[in-house]
Design a protein around this ligand. Structure first.
Ligand code: FE2
Length: 306
């Protein structure tokens, strides 16, 4: 990267924390791209772990993940249990009309989720690193607690689009404190499906809720999404590998299909501030009582070398 960065971009500091002007840019835009946040070694470690997880995955339980409101998701116990484990989700386009895989298994996965940050040493080391703690602390998060993590493959030709959304629709606390980090593990371009973000942090008025009417698990959406979105105004975040994109829980962001011959791997984690907010019992993601959410510590993870 040249020394002059676009507006909404900054360069990582030594300890991971942000300057006051970076914090102000993040708060007004709802996103901030931090170049050189992760080293090549960190990116390589996470990529190789993701490849190993997929290699070990035996797809007898098939789950298609889409941010579209299809009925498949609403009844998918595999998805709803995944906050407690490391699960693989296929791309919708990985199958033909008969349900047969049309691409190699290693190129068929949409994402892995949603407890990598607690259950896998490589992802745990990054998600709970000293520098991520320092970053979140500089944003005023007093007790950063990771609640969800995803490894996103965006595989060549079949990597699906993610429709415009606000993360606090899906991961909600009272009051709202959700904040996402999204780490580019490969160079991101418009062609391979980079993130797009619309400046601002509009109030989140639509929420995904899980309920058990009559003992049957159901997902519903309450409220309406902002209806005046100007997608053409979105910033294309064509960031290089190692860049961490901060996403405010109220920011509207999306990505298009990957139409290129190149993958676009990324790792994202969502944090809440458990010092001042309560995880909603209606959130789709719920931990088993034996596996509670655990806040970061200033000294990083015991496995961490970061
Ligand atoms: Fe998101």
């Amino acid at each position: 990267m040249s020394s002059k960065l676009p507006e909404g971009w900054t360069r990582a500091s030594k300890d991971g924390s942000l300057s006051q002007s970076d914090v102000e840019a993040y708060e007004s835009k709802g996103f901030l791209a931090i170049v050189d946040f992760a080293s090549d070694d960190e990116c390589a470690r996470m990529r190789s772990r993701a490849e190993a997880i997929v290699a070990e995955f035996e797809p007898e339980t098939i789950s298609i993940f889409s941010t579209g409101e299809n009925q498949k998701r609403t009844t998918d116990a595999y998805f709803l249990a995944s906050g407690n484990n490391v699960s693989c989700f296929f791309e919708e386009k990985a199958f033909d009309g008969t349900g047969a895989l049309v691409v190699d298994k290693t190129k068929s996965i949409n994402k892995i989720g949603h407890a990598l940050h607690d259950l896998d040493p490589a992802f745990r080391a990054f998600s709970r690193s000293r520098k991520v703690y320092a970053l979140l602390l500089s944003l005023g998060v007093r007790e950063p607690t990771p609640v969800q993590s995803m490894y996103i493959f965006k595989n060549p030709k079949i990597g699906g689009a993610v429709t415009p959304h606000q993360d606090s629709t899906f991961l909600n606390t009272e009051p709202p404190t959700c904040l996402g980090i999204w780490l580019a593990l490969e160079d991101c371009t418009v062609e391979n499906g980079c993130l797009f973000a619309i400046e601002g942090t509009p109030e989140v008025t639509r929420h995904m809720e899980v309920d058990y009417p009559g003992g049957t698990r159901e997902i519903r959406f309450t409220g309406a999404a902002p209806d005046d979105l100007d997608l053409s105004s979105a910033t294309a975040l064509e960031v290089p590998k190692g860049t961490l994109v901060l996403l405010h829980g109220s920011n509207v962001h999306f990505s298009r299909e990957n139409t290129s011959a190149h993958s676009r791997h990324a790792y994202s984690v969502h944090y809440i501030d458990s010092s001042r907010a309560k995880w909603r019992e209606t959130n789709w993601l719920q931990r088993d009582a034996s596996f509670p959410f655990a806040p970061l510590t200033p000294d990083g993870d015991v496995h961490s070398t970061a």
